[in-house]
Write a protein that binds this ligand. Structure first.
Ligand SMILES: C[S@@+](CC[C@H](N)C(=O)[O-])C[C@H]1O[C@@H](n2cnc3c(N)ncnc32)[C@H](O)[C@@H]1O
Length: 248
C-alpha cells in the first residue's frame, strides 16, 4: 500500500511542485501562522512533500533544527534541494504515520499540510504527532476531509471515483482532547477543467491510482469528468480542516 502511494508521489513530485504548491500556498501560510512563540526544540514536518512549509518556517525560526519527513524518494529529493544551504534543516525518507520514539516530547512544533488524509490510520498518526510536543509546543495540521465542497472539481472527482455518500471522517480533534478544529477555505483557479484533470491525475493524489489502474481508466475518467465540468476558467473554494493544539 505504502509502496504504491510512494511510487505515485515519486512520479508526481515535479508536477505537484509546479502546479499545486503555488495554489495551496494560503493553506501552508495558515498552518505556519498558528505556531506563535515556541519553546526551544526542533520543528517536525511530517508528509513534507517538496517542503513548501520550509521557507515560511525559516523566516520565523531561522536558527531552529527543522526536520521534514516524507515517504516518497522523489519528494524527498526536491525537498532536499529546497533545504540546500541550511545546515539546520534535514529531510528524512520514511513513514510519518508513527514517529520515531526519539521525537517523543522533544519537539517545539509539528506542522503538517495535506498529508494526514492519506494515512491509513489518521487518528493514530495525529496522536503520535501530538505526543512529540514539548509542553507549550504547537501542533498545526491541515488536511482535506472527505467532503471539501458542495460543488467544484474536487467534489466532481470524488463523485466519479467513489460514488455515494462519503465515509464519515473520524473526529481527529477529539482524539487529542483540547484541540481546535476549524474549516479553512481559499479560492483556487484553474485555466480550465482539462488542465485541472491532467494535473490531478498525473501530478497529484490520483497518480498512484492511475499507475495501478492504467491509462485506459484515466482516459475514461477524463471523458466523464469533462462532460460534467464547466467550460473555461474554473474557480472553487474547497474547505480544508485545520487542527491546532498546545502540548501539555
Ligand atoms: C499532498 S502532498 C503534500 C506535501 C506538502 N506538505 C505540501 O503541502 O505541499 C502529501 C505528501 O504526503 C506524503 N505521504 C503520504 N503518506 C505518507 C506517510 N505514511 N509518511 C510520510 N509521508 C507520506 C506523500 O509522499 C506526499 O509527498
Amino acid at each position: 500500500m505504502n509502496e504504491h502511494l510512494a511510487r505515485g508521489w515519486d512520479e508526481a513530485a515535479a508536477g505537484y511542485e509546479q502546479y499545486f504548491v503555488p495554489r495551496f500556498r494560503p493553506w501552508v501560510e495558515t498552518a505556519v501562522a498558528q505556531l506563535g512563540d515556541l519553546p526551544s526544540g526542533p520543528i517536525l514536518v511530517p508528509c513534507c512533500g517538496t517542503f513548501p512549509e520550509l521557507d515560511l518556517l525559516l523566516e520565523r525560526f531561522p536558527d531552529r533544527e527543522i526536520v521534514g519527513i516524507d515517504l516518497s524518494a522523489g519528494m524527498v529529493r526536491l525537498a532536499r534541494e529546497r533545504a540546500a544551504g541550511h545546515d539546520q534543516v534535514s529531510v528524512v525518507e520514511g513513514d510519518a504515520a508513527t514517529l520515531d520514539p526519539r521525537w517523543l516530547r522533544a519537539c517545539s512544533a509539528v506542522v503538517s499540510v495535506f498529508g494526514l488524509q492519506q494515512l491509513p490510520a489518521p487518528e493514530q498518526a495525529i496522536d503520535s504527532w501530538y505526543d512529540a510536543l514539548l509542553p507549550g509546543g504547537r501542533l498545526s495540521v491541515v488536511y482535506w476531509p472527505s467532503v471539501t465542497e458542495a460543488d467544484g472539481p474536487f467534489s466532481l472527482m470524488r463523485e466519479l471515483l467513489r460514488p455515494g455518500p462519503a465515509d464519515p471522517d473520524p473526529d481527529l480533534a477529539a482524539v487529542l482532547g483540547e484541540a481546535v478544529d476549524e474549516p479553512v477555505a481559499f479560492p483556487i483557479t484553474y485555466a480550465d477543467a482539462g488542465s485541472f484533470f491532467e494535473a490531478y491525475a498525473h501530478s497529484g493524489p490520483m497518480r498512484a491510482t492511475a499507475i495501478a489502474r492504467g491509462e485506459a481508466f484515466v482516459e475514461e475518467l477524463r471523458e466523464r469528468f469533462l462532460e460534467r465540468a464547466p467550460e473555461g476558467e474554473w474557480t472553487h473554494h474547497p474547505a480544508a480542516r485545520l487542527i491546532t493544539a498546545t502540548g501539555r
